[in-house]
Write a new protein. Structure first.
Lengths: 88, 610
C-alpha cells in the first residue's frame, strides 16, 4: 500500500468541479483508492464520497492506494493537486 | 380563503404574470413515510427508475446546453450527472430503504441531508453558497419520483407561475419550448445573474427572485401575480387586484406591438439629432436580446459574472472568447466593457474578501482591481485581444481620484506593451473611458476628462453616493430619487466637463429607462444612453417625439426647480402632450390605479414607475 499526505492549494478545495476531476483521475486506476480528511475516509473513486469530505482550500488530505498500480495512482493524484485541478 | 400576501424581492425579468402557482418539490419537502420490509424491493425498483429518468434528463440537458454554448451551466450539470451515475449514490439510497425502511423520497432526502448540513455549516463561504447546487442532483431524483418534472409543462392546460426555492439549469432548459405555459417565475433564492433569471429575460418571462419565505407562503394551485418591474409578487390576490394586474398585462402587450415597429428605426430626436441608444448586458447570452431590441450597441457590458457564482478565477482565454464573441456579434456597433466591479455587494468568497462595515464605501470597483493587479491584467489582456474582433471599448468603475485613474491607465499601457512584445494580435487603440458614479468624480470631472476618451455616468451608484443613501436599505428606500436637484446638477456638471474636453458623455443606469427622464437627460446634453434591452424601444419612441431644442429648454427649467416632485410634475405637464399615448399608459405600471382607465391610448398619467 502507498500513501501520501497532500495539501489542497486551489481556491475552492474539493468542491464540485475539482471533485469531479479527482474522480476522473482515480477511476483510471485499478487500485483501491481512499481519501481521508479529519478522520473521515471515503472511496476516492466515488464523487459522492469525495464531495462529503468538503475539503476546503489549504486542508490536508491523506490519499491511500492499494493494488497493482498504486504508485502511479498516488503520483497522478499528487500531480492533479499540484496543477490545482487545471484551474489556473 | 387565506388572506392575500405581498412579498418583495428583486426584479429579474420585466413583465406582468398572473396564473395559478406550480410549486416545485424540493428534497426538503419530500415525505418521510416508512414502508414495510416486504415493500422494500418495489420501492428500490421505483428509486432505480427515477434515478435512471433523472440521468436521462441530465444527459439531454447536457446536449442542449452544449448546443447553446452555455459552458458554466454545462459543467454544473456534468457534476450533477456524475453524482447520479456514481454507484455509491444508488447504494446509499438503497441502504436507506432496506435498513431504515424509508420510502424512496425519504431515502433520497436522508442521503442528501448530511451534505446539506455539512455544506451549510462549512467554515468556507464557498461551500455554504454551493449547498443548493449539490442538492440539485438529489432534487432531480425526487422530482421524478413525484413526477414533478419540467416536461410536465406539456400536459398543462393553462399557464402557471413556477414557484421554487431555486432552479437548476437542467430544470429550466425547456423553458423556451413551453414559454406559453409559463406566466411567470418566482423564487426564494437567486439573483439577477442566476442562470434561470437570464433565461427568463431571454424568453421574456416575468421573473422575481430573492423572495423570503416564498415556498412556505405559497400553496400549489393558488393564484399568484408576478410583477417583474417592481420585484413584487402577490399570493392569493383579491379579485380586484387580479383584474388590475390583467389590465396592466394587456396594456403592456398593446405597447409591445407598437414598439416592435420601431426596432429598425435609428434613435433620434423629432428634429433629427441622433442619440446613441445602447443596451446593458450582464452575460454574453443576452446579446440576442440586444439585437432584437434595436439598440445601437452595448453601453454597459458587466463582467462580474466571470468572478461570481463560480468556484474559480476565470482564465484569459475564457474571457477572451466571451468578449470576442460579443464584439463579433455586435460589430460594427460598439460594445463597452466595464472592467471588474467587484466588492461592495459583489464579492466572491475565493477572493479573500471579508465582511466590511461599509461595503459600498469600501474595497470595491477600481480600488479592488488595482490591488489585484494579476487578475486585473488578465482581464485587460483579454479585452485588448478581443478588440480586434469588433468595435470594443472599456471603462473603469468607481473611480474616485485622478491618481487611481492614472494607475489604471498605466497598467493598461503596460499590458499593451507586453502584448506588443509578445507579438500578439490586439487593438492598441482601444478606447478607454471611465464611469462617473461618485461625487468626487463629478467634482474632479474637468481633471479626469483630459485622461480618458469618454465618460459614462453610472446613475444607480451616483444617486446613492450623492444622496448618501444606501439603496439596499428599505427604511430609506423612498429617498432614492433620480430627479433630486443634486443628482441632476451632478449629471449637468459632468456633461459640461466632458464636452469642454471634447469627449462624449453617456449615462447607463435605470433612470435612463424612464421615457420622460430620458428626454430630460438628452436635454442635459448626454450623447449616449444605455438602458436595459426591454426599455430600448420605449426610450426610442419618447425621444422621437420631442425636438432637441425643446428637450434642452425643459432640462434648463428643471435645473431651476428645488425639489424632485416639482420636477416630476413639470416633466409630466410638458411632455405628456408630446409623447405617444401608448407610452403614457406605461406610467400606470406598479401603481394602484383604482378606477383609472386601462385604455392604452387615453390613460392619463397618474404616477411614475419608481
Amino acid at each position: 500500500m502507498k500513501e501520501a499526505v497532500l495539501t489542497i492549494t486551489n481556491h475552492d478545495g474539493f468542491h464540485m468541479r475539482p471533485a469531479g476531476e479527482l474522480v476522473k483521475v482515480t477511476s483510471r486506476f485499478r487500485s483501491r483508492i481512499t481519501v481521508e480528511r479529519d478522520g473521515l475516509e471515503v472511496d476516492g473513486k466515488s464523487i459522492l464520497g469525495v464531495l462529503m469530505l468538503a475539503a476546503g482550500q489549504s486542508s490536508e488530505i491523506r490519499v491511500r492506494a492499494e493494488g497493482v498500480d498504486e504508485e502511479e495512482a498516488i503520483e497522478a493524484v499528487r500531480k492533479l493537486l499540484e496543477d490545482k485541478f487545471g484551474e489556473e | 380563503m387565506a388572506k392575500s400576501k405581498t412579498l418583495t424581492g428583486i426584479a429579474a425579468s420585466p413583465g406582468f404574470g398572473v396564473a395559478r402557482a406550480l410549486v416545485l418539490a424540493t428534497p426538503e419537502t419530500g415525505e418521510s413515510r416508512r414502508i414495510a420490509p416486504a415493500q422494500a424491493e418495489a420501492e428500490i425498483a421505483r428509486l432505480a427508475q427515477a434515478v435512471e429518468r433523472a440521468r436521462a434528463e441530465l444527459r439531454q440537458a447536457l446536449v442542449e446546453l452544449e448546443e447553446l454554448g452555455e459552458k458554466t451551466a454545462r459543467s454544473m450539470v456534468e457534476i450533477e450527472l456524475m453524482v447520479l451515475e456514481d454507484p455509491a449514490t444508488l447504494a446509499a439510497f438503497e441502504e436507506q430503504v432496506t435498513q431504515e425502511h424509508l420510502a424512496a423520497e425519504g431515502a433520497v432526502q436522508a442521503v442528501a441531508a448530511p451534505f446539506a448540513k455539512r455544506y451549510s455549516q462549512h467554515e468556507s463561504k464557498q461551500y455554504q453558497d454551493r449547498a443548493w447546487e449539490l442538492a440539485a442532483a438529489f432534487r432531480a431524483v425526487v422530482n421524478h419520483l413525484q413526477r414533478r418534472t419540467m416536461p410536465r409543462f406539456a400536459d398543462l392546460t393553462e399557464p402557471v407561475v413556477v414557484v421554487a426555492r431555486d432552479l437548476a439549469p437542467h430544470e429550466t432548459i425547456r423553458f423556451d419550448e413551453h414559454r406559453d405555459k409559463i406566466a411567470g417565475i418566482a423564487t426564494e433564492r437567486g439573483g439577477r445573474t442566476s442562470h434561470f433569471a437570464i433565461l427568463a429575460r431571454t424568453f421574456g418571462i416575468p421573473c422575481v427572485v430573492a423572495l423570503p419565505h416564498l415556498t412556505t407562503e405559497t400553496v400549489d394551485g393558488e393564484w399568484i401575480t408576478v410583477d417583474g418591474f417592481s420585484g413584487t409578487i402577490e399570493i392569493r390576490p383579491s379579485a380586484r387586484a387580479l383584474d388590475r394586474h390583467r389590465r396592466r398585462q394587456k396594456l403592456l402587450a398593446a405597447q409591445g406591438e407598437r414598439l416592435t415597429a420601431l426596432r429598425q428605426e435609428p434613435c433620434r430626436t423629432k428634429d433629427g439629432k441622433p442619440v446613441e441608444l445602447s443596451a446593458n448586458i450582464e452575460l454574453p447570452a443576452e446579446v440576442e436580446h440586444v439585437l432584437l431590441s434595436g439598440a445601437a450597441g452595448i453601453g454597459l457590458y458587466r463582467t462580474e459574472f466571470f468572478y461570481l457564482d463560480r468556484p474559480h478565477l476565470p482564465g484569459e482565454e475564457e474571457q477572451f472568447e466571451a468578449y470576442a464573441s460579443v464584439a463579433e456579434r455586435l460589430s460594427p456597433r460598439p460594445v463597452i466593457i466595464r472592467t471588474m466591479d467587484l466588492g461592495g455587494d459583489k464579492v466572491a468568497s475565493y477572493l479573500g474578501a471579508t465582511k466590511e462595515a461599509n461595503p459600498f464605501l469600501g474595497w470595491r470597483g477600481i480600488r479592488f482591481a488595482l490591488q489585484h493587479p494579476a487578475m486585473f491584467r488578465t482581464q485587460l489582456r483579454a479585452i485588448y485581444r478581443a478588440g480586434t474582433r469588433g468595435n470594443l471599448r472599456m471603462m473603469f468603475p468607481m473611480v474616485t481620484t485622478c491618481s487611481e485613474l492614472d494607475d489604471a491607465l498605466a497598467l493598461a499601457a503596460d499590458v499593451r506593451a507586453e502584448l506588443q512584445r509578445e507579438g500578439a494580435s490586439f487593438d492598441p487603440d482601444l478606447e478607454i473611458g471611465m464611469m462617473v458614479e461618485t461625487p468626487s468624480a463629478v467634482f474632479a470631472a474637468d481633471l479626469m476628462s483630459r485622461r480618458v476618451r469618454f465618460f459614462s455616468i453610472g446613475s444607480n451608484d451616483l444617486i446613492q453616493y450623492t444622496l448618501a443613501m444606501d439603496r439596499g436599505n428599505e427604511r430609506i428606500a423612498h429617498l432614492y430619487e433620480p430627479l433630486e436637484p443634486a443628482v441632476l446638477r451632478a449629471v449637468d456638471q459632468t456633461v459640461r466637463a466632458g464636452h469642454d474636453a471634447d469627449i462624449w458623455v453617456g449615462l447607463c443606469g435605470e433612470m435612463a429607462g424612464d421615457p420622460r427622464v430620458a428626454v430630460l437627460l438628452v436635454g442635459l446634453g448626454l450623447d449616449e444612453l444605455s438602458v436595459s434591452p426591454f426599455d430600448v424601444p420605449r426610450v426610442k419612441a419618447a425621444l422621437a417625439a420631442v425636438d432637441c431644442g425643446r428637450a434642452q429648454a425643459i432640462a434648463r427649467h428643471c435645473l431651476t426647480l428645488a425639489c424632485a416632485p416639482d420636477i416630476r410634475e413639470y416633466l409630466r405637464r410638458e411632455l405628456n402632450p408630446l409623447l405617444p399615448g401608448f407610452l403614457l399608459g406605461e406610467a400606470e405600471r406598479g401603481e394602484d390605479d383604482g378606477d383609472a382607465s386601462a385604455d392604452a391610448d387615453s390613460a392619463p398619467s397618474r404616477a411614475e414607475p419608481r
